[in-house]
Design a protein around this ligand. Sequence first.
Ligand code: CDP
Length: 223
Amino acid sequence: MGRPLKIIVAIDGPAGSGKSTVSKIVAKKLALLYIDTGAMYRALTLKAMRLGLNLEDEDALVSLAKSSRISLEEKDKLNVFLDGEDVSLAIRTPDVTANVKYIARVPGVRHEMVALQRSIGQKYGGAILEGRDIGTVVFPNADYKFYLDASPEERAKRRCKELIESGEAVSELSVKKDILTRDNSDMKRSVGALKRCDDAIFIDTTDLSIDGVAEKILSYICA
Ligand code: CDP
């Protein structure tokens, strides 16, 4: 039996806006494939760090993107594979998070990643993709586009909770500083910058529960 809905749903927004959790819930409800595009940039960052590449060397990073195999596999949870190795946990470390901006700002790298994201989305017919440039670059003709945001304080609180649960000792203040720095580089890069496009439905998630946001998104799609 095929997937019932052949739609592309784009979810963009900054760190801690609730994209990942909500996307997973919506994907499950609608039996759509879930594509975490941030995980792909993270996987490449991990590989560049392991190889000790100069993160300012754009040519080396583009070659890396062209020669790497990145794939996502959904079982109980989403597993991220890099050249056949499961790197789902390794891509979430603070070092990878701090360095991903060097990889995500390179136009040639983005070109490779966008092509990969489009081919996965098209192959499966229906998918929900979350990231920074899904509605603007990857699938500008997506059937539904959402832009999620929340106050920096709330986003820091959520991210801090996640990090503490995964065993990292962090303070809300340092997490807030980190996500504001990342927002800044995500919004200012020359290609694939994070921006709220006019045709995306804007949802401020500051005072909403995860289920509340998921219901809101589902109410638009199932209207
Ligand atoms: O989960 P979190 O919001 O911390 O980040 P992520 O979605 O895992 O993405 C990590 C980083 O990858 C972001 O800060 C962006 O710099 C980059 N990214 C991107 O450039 N384009 C995307 N479509 C997705 C992520």
